[in-house]
Design a protein around this ligand. Sequence first.
Ligand code: DQA
Length: 145
Amino acid sequence: MKIFFINGPNINMLGIREPEIYGGGSYRELVSFIEKTCAAEGAECDIFQSNCEGAIVDKIQQAYKNADAIVINPAAYTHTSVAILDALKAVALPTVEVHLSDVKNRESFRRVSYTGQACEKTITGLGFEGYRQAVLYLKELICGA
Ligand code: DQA
């Protein structure tokens, strides 16, 4: 099982940006957490981050025939991007949306998710652990274990 992990704008600033909301762990630490999780669950991973909407669309398109599933944290694009929603619909892979923070209990604009409409599941407010929960969910869905 190969999973593409796609992270949107400002996720590279983890550890620096609003640690009281996103936690103190850095992006490097998140990458290492995802790599360890995938190794433990027998999954292959490709981890990507971009601040550019088009680059995220390109990466989602690259997942077509190259990945079995996607875990995406579209960050601010969650709440605005029809282009990312359309890309996810186009490749039609099992996808889980992850948010480090509890978006349901923040500003009202964060309660709207365009991208979530193309996702099997959305996990919020668990920090790095949300990415692990996404892997476990996809493993169960794809491998039945
Ligand atoms: C986020 C939540 C978004 O609302 C925000 O714009 C982000 C990060 C999260 O992981 O909690 O950049 O996706």
